[in-house]
Design a protein around this ligand. Sequence first.
Ligand code: MD3
Ligand code: FE
Length: 218
Amino acid sequence: MTMDLFAADDASSLPDETLAPGAMVLRGFALPYQDALWADLQRVTAEAPMRHMITPGGFTMSVAMTNCGLLGWLSDETGYRYDRVDPDSGKAWPAMPASFASLATRAAEKAGFPGFTPDACLVNRYTPGARLSLHQDRNERDKRAPIVSVSLGLPAVFLFGGTKRTDKTIRVPLQHADVAVWGGPSRLNYHGVLALKEATPHHLIGGVRVNLTFRKAA
Ligand code: MD3
Ligand code: FE
């Protein structure tokens, strides 16, 4: 019998999957949005450039970040928090583009979380070698809302663990335009991203990986 999981027109080449209760990967879900997302991201980064934040432990993060929406995620010597003001400009973060918000709402709905209206979008940019060590996302006030993440550009390996740091982790490959939704019982699971490998540049995004994470932070 011939498997039809990897049909020729499935750009992601991997099937959608539920990783744990509340955690779903929607393969290629962002493909119809990719040009709008990329154009809108250029406007966001023109206003709030990517920067390498400092961890509370005094290390410079290998992942470069910026934000859009009402609230932006920040790290500095004093800790992690959300703030309405970009400390580099002293101004509010750029507004969340409509293309970003509608993709996030539709993906959340498909994964079983209707009515998701994010007020924060953290933009992460990985160059080869950049990584995100195992952590929980717990700075958001409303833990009932899911987090939606959109992968663009080079592929990466995502580490998905349990609710304790020492729980077993699984490795999940994430490709261009894959969208993941993390909510319900998975909302506080530990997770991270392995060091990005050098690869042939993506035709739209180039030789980097960009991840958009949508949150309800207020
Ligand atoms: C699993 N970013 O910015 S988002 C982050 O690819 C972050 O840049 C990763 O982790 C990235 O905090 C992955 C995926 C994600 C976000 C929240 C989660 C996975 C999650 C919350 C619970 C479980
Ligand atoms: Fe995270």
